[in-house]
Design a protein around this ligand. Structure first.
Ligand SMILES: NC(=O)c1ccc[n+]([C@@H]2O[C@H](COP(=O)([O-])OP(=O)(O)OC[C@H]3O[C@@H](n4cnc5c(N)ncnc54)[C@H](OP(=O)(O)O)[C@@H]3O)[C@@H](O)[C@H]2O)c1
Length: 296
């Protein structure tokens, strides 16, 4: 089935986030009718969409989802904790909130669900964030609904951490910085997610067009910030000690995102290449807008 043959709506959960915002734009560009769930409808204005209906709902509270899935063919969810500080755990949001969506969707006769997990998820179930995401993936697979699991590499939005360090004149990396990965821009990934509506694939692993070493990403960030190349390589024992300390003395709400980042920094993460957005251009645009904001 082609996207433009879909008469029923697509329901999108997560549109207020980085990836979800691009998915909303991509659905709009393809003139696909979409219902957007959000907990704070003031954020709807930022999306600037015409073919969408914004529905106010709290995905963590199943009673607020009642009746919203009527006439929906496919659900796309990018719901997950990244930098939110709501006092909830990954199990509350990445697992339970997505289960609330799945259960309501199934009851309403939705045909398909597209869910965004992480690259190499099954290999990293020991990490708190991935444990919750993969527990949901298991449930989705056995739900009886048609499904696609998207397994993306790091998003460009997360690469801002490199820029942040570069602004201070140096970038810290673990090991020799030669581990490789191919981060992806939200706009490129959104195309993959919307194409998934009519895909027969069950799992789509995807990354950006450029396979880069951590050293190369650090250099790009320093260059974009107008700083000399200054990369400090920290030994892996510091990374392991940091992980141990955080896991021992903080809650998973604190250590979860850091645990994910520090663990993935220690390995190559390469997914099939897709898209046209280059990280160097993204860094330059971000650095320029930081400079402009400072001048105002
Ligand atoms: N960033 C990466 O490098 C990366 C890589 C691979 C996979 N992923 C995964 O891809 C997904 C999307 O990432 P993203 O960067 O687009 O994340 P994001 O910008 O933080 O967006 C997450 C979305 O989930 C919603 N959400 C979070 N906690 C919620 C809660 N308690 N109740 C209701 N809604 C809640 C947010 O709503 P509000 O706006 O209302 O908070 C937002 O719409 C996440 O699951 C992430 O783990 C990320």
């Amino acid at each position: 089935m082609k996207n433009n043959e879909i008469k029923e709506a697509v329901l999108l959960a997560g549109a207020t986030g980085y990836l979800g915002g691009y998915i909303a734009k991509e659905l709009e560009a393809r003139r696909i009718r979409v219902k957007i769930l959000m907990r704070d409808s003031r954020k709807a204005a930022l999306l600037n969409t015409v073919n969408s209906t914004v529905l106010n709902a709290e995905v963590t509270k199943p009673e607020t989802l009642k009746g919203l899935f009527k006439g929906v063919h496919t659900v796309i969810s990018t719901i997950g904790i990244t930098r939110q500080k709501d006092g909830l755990t990954y199990m509350d949001v990445d697992y339970r909130a997505n289960m609330n969506i799945l259960e309501k969707a199934k009851r309403a006769g939705v045909k398909k669900m597209i869910y965004v997990s992480v690259i190499n998820g099954p290999l990293h179930r020991n990490l708190k964030m991935v444990e919750a995401k993969e527990a949901f993936v298991d449930k989705l697979k056995s739900s009886g609904l048609d499904y696609v699991i998207i397994r993306p590499n790091g998003f460009f939005s997360d690469m801002r951490d490199f820029l942040q360090m570069a602004k201070g004149g140096r970038v810290f990396l673990f090991g020799n910085g030669k581990k490789k990965f191919n981060p992806i821009h939200g706009a490129d990934l959104a195309q993959v997610c919307v194409d998934a509506i009519s895909s027969r694939k069950k799992v789509i692993s995807v990354g950006g067009p450029d396979i880069l070493t951590h050293n190369e990403v650090a250099e790009m960030a320093l260059l974009a910030s107008g700083k000399p190349i200054n990369i400090i390589h920290l030994p892996h024992w510091i990374r392991k000690m940091t992980l141990w300390t955080l896991r021992t003395f903080t809650s998973s709400k604190t250590y979860g995102p850091i645990e994910f980042f520090l663990s993935l920094m220690a390995e190559d993460a390469i997914a099939p290449r897709y898209g046209s957005h280059r990280l160097s251009v993204f860094f330059q645009k971000e650095a320029d807008s930081i400079k402009k904001a400072k001048q105002l």
